[in-house]
Design a binder for this molecule. Structure first.
Ligand code: G1P
Length: 289
């Protein structure tokens, strides 16, 4: 079984749910506590052993590429002022040469199309997809949990979680062949099911392990929900020839593409931060008085 070495990060979206904050800043660079959302995603990927990150970007997303490069003047200024701890922190996050690739999705045709844009860089091996909106706070990296499941059962893995009441129509929803523990064989899936038709209460929450055969299916995938080329529709086709398992990972997900989700992430991760936690708690308690 080939190992999962590469991850695709679709980052071309407009971030319309968090405008106007995303008018000139890519939503993936919005801050959660003290660092951009993407910092958390890359740390999660690295903790899962990912060696190469493929960003599927779009116009006006150049700041993402710049974030993962030296900021020469800033680094020189920090060095001159002796702020070495801060400088070391910035340098530690930089990619190793060749660890990141950037491809353009030139038109917003959907998540399936975005993933397909990465096909040449992924090649013929299993790969991860990480939706960067979703910050997954977990003791063991959420993607590492997915890869552990993959090592156990092979095939394709979709991370899922219980959907808040009445919201299933906004997500991809899976159908399971019975439920026993956290890892279960899938029998189907549907993207944005009309209200009341969802096959379960488990939604696809933003981490996938996929086999490269998905690319051929994506190449000819017709448009689906929302008039977009949907990853879920091609996964459903792949399910006729390959195994899919749904994994309920252990951790808490924050949808940072949403105003309240972003706020929750900031509050929760500030409280969990070893350096800022106590001060954050005091500030929040003060506000709630
Ligand atoms: C995408 C996926 C969907 C998934 C969701 C999670 O939808 O297509 O299956 O449940 O991400 O956020 P989108 O949010 O792009 O509409």
């Amino acid at each position: 079984m080939k190992p999962v070495r590469k991850a695709v990060l679709p980052v071309a979206g407009f971030g319309t749910r968090v405008l106007p904050g995303t008018k000139t800043t890519p939503k993936e660079l919005l801050n959660v506590v003290d660092r951009p959302i993407l910092s958390y995603i890359i740390a999660e990927g690295r903790a899962a052993g990912i060696e190469h990150f493929v960003f599927v970007t779009g116009r006006n997303k150049g700041a993402i590429e710049d974030y993962f490069d030296h900021q020469v003047e800033l680094e020189a200024a920090l060095a001159a002022k002796g702020k070495t701890a801060l400088l070391d922190e910035l340098l530690a996050e930089l990619p190793k040469p060749g660890e990141m690739s950037f491809v353009r999705q030139m038109a917003p045709l959907g998540l399936g199309h975005a993933v397909w844009c990465a096909r040449d860089i992924i090649g013929d091996e299993p790969f991860a997809v990480m939706l960067p909106d979703m910050v997954m706070h977990a003791q063991k990296s959420a993607l590492a949990q997915a890869i552990e499941a993959y090592d156990q059962v092979g095939g394709n893995i979709v991370v899922v979680e219980p959907c808040p009441e009445g919201q299933a129509h906004q997500y991809g929803i899976v159908a399971l062949d019975g439920q026993d523990g956290r890892l279960n064989r899938m029998t189907g899936m549907v993207e944005k099911p009309p209200k009341g038709t969802e096959p379960s209460n488990l939604f696809i929450s933003g981490r996938y392990i996929l086999q490269p055969e998905i690319f051929d299916l994506l190449a000819s995938q017709e448009k689906g929900a929302g008039n977009e080329i949907q990853l879920t529709d091609s996964m459903l086709k792949l399910l006729t020839t390959q195994d899919f398992h749904a994994l309920e990972y252990q951790g808490v997900t924050y949808d940072c593409g949403d105003k309240i989700g972003l706020l929750r992430a900031n509050v929760a991760l500030a409280l969990a931060n070893p350096e800022l936690g106590a001060a954050a708690r005091a500030a929040i308690e003060d506000l709630l008085k």
